[in-house]
Design a protein around this ligand. Structure first.
Ligand code: ATP
Ligand code: MG
Length: 573
């Protein structure tokens, strides 16, 4: 494609609101334009990237035996009422009424719609298994949609749903989809890792996220330095502690005037944070509960919420804390407390601890779990942390890194098929609910994640497999007949060799062309200049490396072709 005939409006400056590299570079590089918060139009280059990612996904899903369908974005609200998610999905769900007053949603995900489709036509075990996928627009009314394609409100997702007669068959498909996702992200040329994950608003009992590794990633991940264990911190566990023998020392109240925070109390009493226990009051569906975690640990609300089976969990207001404990904020403790007490395993294992005394300006020392207070549940309620012992192997410890979630696979079981009566007749003549899995990829987020992982100060550095074009051809002096003759010839020959080329034949200075080429970030750049042409050479440069090579004009197409073909299958340069 000739650049003068392509709509690539590059910009010197990014809009002030763009904060992360992928957003800045896609706007500056002429890939993307904002329409509203979290809603974007794709320009020709941007849309080519999305098409390339989609093609890889489509090929691999089809190879895996899934069949492509296309469901509407608009879904009747009654299906969401049937599944029970109408009430629990919250404000991310965009709802509206049609002219007759009927409720509709714009699908943020399509479990309800697909279950409705399948239950209408699938009756017998003979029609199972079935795996249907689509590549389609979703809408989630995200609170903070500021990160370009990374977290849009409208975005494109590949979503697949599988239906099975048995648990074993659904497990087999889960593993198969896991392997398919591994192929897809490898083919996209991304460095990624699959990690154990929470099932969130989708639900189900088993889940992995595919995380593109990048410093700018939103997700904190933990992985064992010795075995293969890896998990999102939302889900990660540490090896449970060995219980220490409880202390025999008697409970003792000490004055801690005005000392409320972990830092203040530990400094005042000369303790380490791991000797102190924080008592965090929450309202679970409006009812107060107390959670105990060690002073140096973070509460994991997802784990707590799961244990409580609560729909809504919020930190209690100062007022509610005073109501529940009888003391001002900063002095809560489990001794004599009337609320249920959820005690982290690490707290249960301490010989004794220091915690608030439920009166102003006082704490208790020598508090022993199950002697001085009775926990309602001892469980894992904290974030695992860097340096914790691995929960899976004997010798490893957890290390931290950051990632961008580009895909997630879920084992759903009968979470949707039971409430929505998605049943089939089994070989034994009995009616049973179908066992389901679902598998999502954020197509537009893959593009953003690829840039977060592959860019430098000058622009994008696309992996070949998802670059909008594979090579940039720059004519450095368009007024020079010899330069133009060589550039035109190379343009035709590269095209014939099956290389996707963006040919910069604009009447611009070489400096402008080099800058734009770096910004747009195509994997290979061939520059045709007057001096080189006189010597019979052109300059070839990989975007990824600083080296510039002089290559004979008659050899450059073959050289570029060999490099591009080798990298098309993924794996990067
Ligand atoms: P997140 O935790 O990032 O909000 P999620 O876990 O809610 O995402 P899923 O329901 O698992 O998302 O959706 C499947 C995939 O869709 C995700 O793995 C992600 O790649 C993509 N995705 C989800 N929300 C967005 C969004 N707001 N913008 C772009 N892509 C998204
Ligand atoms: Mg997810």
């Amino acid at each position: 494609m000739r650049l003068s005939k392509t709509h690539v409006p590059t910009l010197k400056e990014a809009p002030a609101e763009a904060e992360i590299p992928s957003h800045i570079l896609m706007v500056r590089g002429g890939y993307l334009r904002k329409v509203a918060a979290g809603v974007y139009s794709f320009l020709p280059l941007g849309w080519r990237v999305i098409q390339k990612i989609s093609r890889i996904i489509r090929e691999e899903m089809t190879r895996a035996g899934a069949q492509e369908v296309f469901l509407p974005a608009v879904i009747p609200g009654e299906l969401w009422q049937e599944s029970g998610r109408w009430d629990v999905y919250g404000e991310q769900l965009l709802r509206f009424k049609d002219r007759k007053g009927a409720d509709f949603v714009i699908g943020p995900t399509h479990e309800e719609a697909i279950v409705d489709l399948v239950r209408g036509d699938v009756r017998s075990y003979r029609q199972l298994p079935l795996n249907l996928f689509q590549i389609q627009t979703k809408f989630r009314d995200e609170l903070r949609a500021r990160a370009g394609l990374m977290r849009g409100r409208e975005f494109i997702m590949k979503d697949a749903y599988s239906f099975h007669a048995t648990d074993e068959d659904a497990q087999r498909e889960y593993q198969f989809m896991y392997d398919t996702y591994t192929r897809i992200f490898n083919r996209c040329g991304l460095a990624f890792r699959a990690v154990e994950a929470d099932t969130g608003a989708i639900g189900g009992s088993l889940s992995h996220e595919f995380q593109v590794l990048a410093e700018t990633g939103e997700d904190a991940l933990l992985a064992c330095d010795s075995c293969g264990y890896a998990a999102n911190v939302e889900q990660a566990k540490a090896r449970p502690p060995a219980a220490a023998a409880p202390s025999a020392a008697a409970l003792e109240k000490v004055a801690t005037p005005g000392k409320r925070t972990v830092e203040e109390v530990t400094a005042f009493l000369g303790l380490r944070p791991e000797n102190l226990v924080k008592t965090l009051l929450h309202l679970a569906d409006g009812k107060p509960v107390a959670v105990l975690v060690r002073g140096d640990h973070n509460l994991n609300e997802i784990k707590l919420k799961r244990e409580l089976g609560a729909r809504d969990l919020v930190l209690a207001s100062d007022e509610s804390v005073e109501d529940a404990t009888g003391a001002p904020v900063g002095f809560a403790g489990p001794v004599g407390l009337g609320t249920p007490i959820y005690c982290d395993l690490e707290v249960c294992a301490m010989p004794s601890c220091v915690c608030g005394a439920n009166v102003a300006d006082a704490h208790y020392k020598n508090v022993v779990c199950k002697r001085d207070f009775q926990p309602t549940v001892c469980g894992d309620f904290r974030d695992a942390a860097v340096g914790d012992a691995c929960p899976r192997c004997e010798s490893g410890h957890l290390v931290g890194y950051r990632g961008i979630e580009v895909g997630q696979v879920f084992f759903l079981g009968t979470k949707y098929s039971v409430p929505m009566k998605c049943n089939f007749l089994d070989a034994d003549g009995k009616e049973k609910p179908m066992i389901m899995g679902c598998y999502g990829i954020g197509v537009t987020r893959v593009a953003a994640a690829a840039i977060e992982q592959n860019h430098d100060k000058d622009g994008i550095v696309w992996p070949v497999a998802i670059a909008p074009y594979e090579a940039a051809l720059l004519s450095l002096q368009v007024g020079d007949p010899q330069v133009t003759e060589v550039a035109e010839r190379l343009y035709a020959e590269l095209g014939k060799a099956g290389i996707e080329v963006l040919y910069d034949e604009r009447d611009e200075r070489p400096g402008v062309k080099f800058k734009d080429a770096d910004l747009i970030g195509l994997p290979y750049r061939i520059a045709v200049g007057k001096k080189g042409v006189a010597e019979g050479v052109v300059e070839l440069k990989a975007r990824r490396s600083p080296e510039v090579h002089k290559v004979k004009i008659e050899e450059v197409v073959r050289v570029v072709r060999e490099k591009v073909v080798a990298e098309r299958a993924g794996g990067g340069a």
